[in-house]
Design a protein around this ligand. Structure first.
Ligand SMILES: [Zn+2]
Ligand SMILES: [Zn+2]
Length: 271
């Protein structure tokens, strides 16, 4: 699997000098595996990915991409109307998510909020509902999931291919006591755990409980308990500069778990 971050920011795009290193675009991840193009969430980073994908089949209207939607907060869907392959007749855009994916993407592209309505896009849009405890198979890639702990709910995905796996656990809050046992089971032995570390432990304690996000400390705890090989801290807060992320999040996390990294827009890796 070739995985690339197109957005690592949470909540709101944050362009500017202080966020240039880790990036200002919101949640979007590309997975390329066996010639298939998978996209996890369509935050503002999706615009750049869509432009890069405009080669060969997708440019000619003969391409196919598969989206997995964790949930529908703005920072995870706002890039979809700017995804250029949507506007080429003949392209097939396949969706996996809750049963409300179509309704919510249509609502986002209502004429009053966006000039091109969802149904006016010439590509073919195909919707699939993720069923409880049933894995999705895309060729040799298997996608399993558990539920996130987040306002209005959501999915945590695990992508497994030829014995290698990556868990995408963003927009989820740790339980008040103990650990999220479903996530612990899902993450067991994963090569990469991408984890919501929006807040420092101190910030979390100051009025952010119940907002559906977690901390580097809980990410480290999960990574150790699940025996994951690498931990990627993700969904950086819109108020955190590059310097803050390195000093207040990466440094203490790395002291506790050496194989910790900050997710960075444009970073590509293979597992
Ligand atoms: Zn988010
Ligand atoms: Zn969210």
């Amino acid at each position: 699997m070739r995985i690339k971050y197109y957005g690592s920011r949470g909540s709101l795009p944050t362009p500017g000098k202080s966020t240039i290193k880790y990036g200002g675009n919101t949640t979007c991840l590309s997975i390329q595996v066996n010639g298939k193009q998978i996209i996890v969430d369509g935050g503002s980073g999706l615009r750049v990915l869509g432009t890069e994908l405009m080669q060969k089949e997708l440019k000619q209207g003969k391409g196919e991409v598969v989206f997995f939607w964790s949930h529908f907060h703005w920072d995870h869907i706002m890039g979809f109307p700017f995804f250029v392959p949507n506007f080429i007749p003949g392209n097939k855009i396949i969706h996996y998510g809750s049963k409300r994916v179509k309704e919510i993407l249509k609502r986002q592209q209502d004429f009053i909020t966006f000039p091109v309505e969802f149904d006016k896009m010439p590509s073919e849009q195909v919707f699939n509902t993720i069923l409880k405890s049933e894995p999705v198979r895309i060729g040799k890639l298997t996608v399993t999931h558990c539920q996130s702990n987040h306002p209005a709910g959501g999915f945590i995905f695990k992508f497994t291919h030829q014995g290698k796996s990556m868990v995408f656990a963003t927009d989820t809050e740790h339980p008040e006591t103990g650990m999220d046992q479903d996530l612990l089971r899902l993450s067991q032995g994963a090569d990469v755990l991408i984890y919501d570390a929006q807040y420092t432990p101190g910030e979390y304690q100051q009025g952010r409980k119940g907002w559906g996000h977690s901390t580097w400390e809980k990410g480290v705890e999960m990574a150790k308990a699940a025996g994951v090989k690498r931990l990627h801290l993700y969904h950086h807060d819109q108020t955190h500069s590059d310097a803050f992320l390195e000093k207040k999040i990466l440094e203490p996390a790395r002291r506790a778990f050496g194989k910790t990294f900050l997710a960075r827009e444009g970073w590509e890796f293979q597992i």
